[in-house]
Design a protein around this ligand. Structure first.
Ligand code: NI
Length: 413
């Protein structure tokens, strides 16, 4: 365990350091926390050591919190001490969310802080997200005399699935006090360190999955007239599903239908009795919810009927699209552009068909999810997310803390 702590707030003097200098002083801590968490990755809803590490620091600093929300989730609350500008009832409440789970990946990085949990790895950067939110909590708590609102710091489990955002919302984390807006970030190796991906509207895609089984009638490979070939039916379905994006969607709306698995048949001279396929669907527009699902089922039903086969379809809507509120996205953008002391490149063209359960928070309250560029090719820190050699430039941790703290300054003046 890392047990060192950050010094308490020095009383403001004429030589008070700049926000940047104060946040920059946190870097060794941020790196130490991140590397500690990196060594002890935990999967969805098992983030017990991770939660204990967070709690230990919150207790040490004296920040009030509630733990054990949706299994391992934590909400810490930093109440600003400035009187609210528009009266006590108008005290703005901003939530900041970080995910803290790891992936079932065997780490291949040869760093001294490599994963000590066999078969588990922080291969998406959530160790960094947790460290950033801890640093943010520490900074805000020490400077709460400068905050005119309340900040709820949400440490969320299970982002990689089955999803911890929804159970945390169901447990009431956005109420009492009611959250007015929410922000969150992902360290992002698709962008170089020193850039930030922020945009209004859809940022990440809705994620849906399906599993389909086709039931035909097997038989001899030389006597097809006695059979219903499940493999042929499945092959036609795979091909026809591609017509959904090509012919049913407005070409200006992005969407993906991917069949990722197809299993059928046992021998070269046997006609397959059954076939099984799985796949995923992605799209941005919330209005498309249910629309692609309907087309998939219609195509499967139609082709099966044409061949006399039957089917079973399990379709699941996992995460909705991650859609940013225009006003909060503008707040984040202007913070990055005008308040962050080292100018960062803003990349509005940062949409991805990847999914995020931050989407559930953004469906409840206006907010903004954004990407903090973390790749550094010159240091070999540019492997993609979920890769066994994923790692990132740790100076991005500072960028994350600075943006969060500046957003609080702007939202809770
Ligand atoms: Ni992630």
């Amino acid at each position: 365990m890392v047990t060192s702590s950050v010094c308490p707030d020095p009383s403001p003097t004429a030589s008070t350091p700049s926000v940047r200098d104060e946040i920059a002083a946190l870097l060794p801590q941020l790196v130490a926390w991140r590397r500690h968490l990196h060594q002890y990755p935990e999967l969805a809803f098992q983030e017990n050591q991770t939660a204990a590490f967070i709690v230990q620091h919150l207790e040490e600093w004296g920040i009030p919190f509630e733990a054990g929300i949706a299994e391992t989730g934590i909400v810490a609350t930093v109440k600003g001490l400035l009187p609210a500008k528009d009266g006590p009832d108008k005290h703005p409440v901003l939530a900041i969310r970080a995910d803290m789970d790891a992936l079932p990946v065997q780490e291949l990085n040869e760093v001294h802080y490599r994963s000590r949990h066999d078969g588990k790895m922080h291969a998406c950067g959530h160790d960094g997200h947790t460290a950033i939110l801890l640093g943010t909590a520490n900074y805000l708590w020490r400077h709460r005399t400068r905050i005119g609102g309340t900040v709820k710091l949400i440490f969320q489990p299970a982002e990689e699935g089955p999803g911890g955002a929804k159970p945390m919302i169901d447990a009431g984390v956005l109420t009492n006090p009611a959250v007015d807006a929410i922000i969150g970030l992902h360290l992002w190796n698709n962008l170089p360190v020193g850039t930030v991906g922020v945009r209004p509207g859809p940022l990440m895609a809705a994620v849906e999955t399906f599993e389909c089984e086709i039931f035909g009638r097997g038989g001899h490979g030389a006597m097809p007239h006695q059979t219903i070939d499940a493999l042929l039916v499945a092959a036609q379905i795979v091909t026809a599903l591609q017509a959904i994006v090509a012919r049913n969607m407005d070409p200006l709306d992005a969407a993906v239908v991917t069949v990722g698995e197809l299993h059928a048949g046992t021998a070269l001279n046997v006609i397959a009795d059954t076939a099984r396929m799985t796949g995923t669907v992605r799209y941005f527009k919330p209005e498309l919810e249910g629309a692609i699902q309907k087309r998939i089922e219609a195509i499967i039903a139609g082709i099966c009927q044409a061949h006399g086969a039957s089917y079973r379809l399990d379709y699941e809507q996992l995460y909705p699209a991650t859609v940013n509120d225009a006003a909060i996205a503008e707040l984040v953008r202007s913070v990055v552009e005008t308040a962050v002391e080292t100018p960062l490149g803003i990349v509005p063209e940062c949409q991805t068909m990847g999914g995020e359960d931050m989407a559930f928070f953004l469906r409840e309250v206006p907010g903004c999810y954004f990407f903090v560029g973390a790749a550094n090719a010159s240091l070999g820190l540019d492997f993609p997310h979920h890769h066994p050699r994923f790692n990132f430039d740790e100076t991005a941790l500072l960028t994350g803390v600075e943006i969060f703290c500046r957003c609080v300054e702007a939202f809770c003046p």
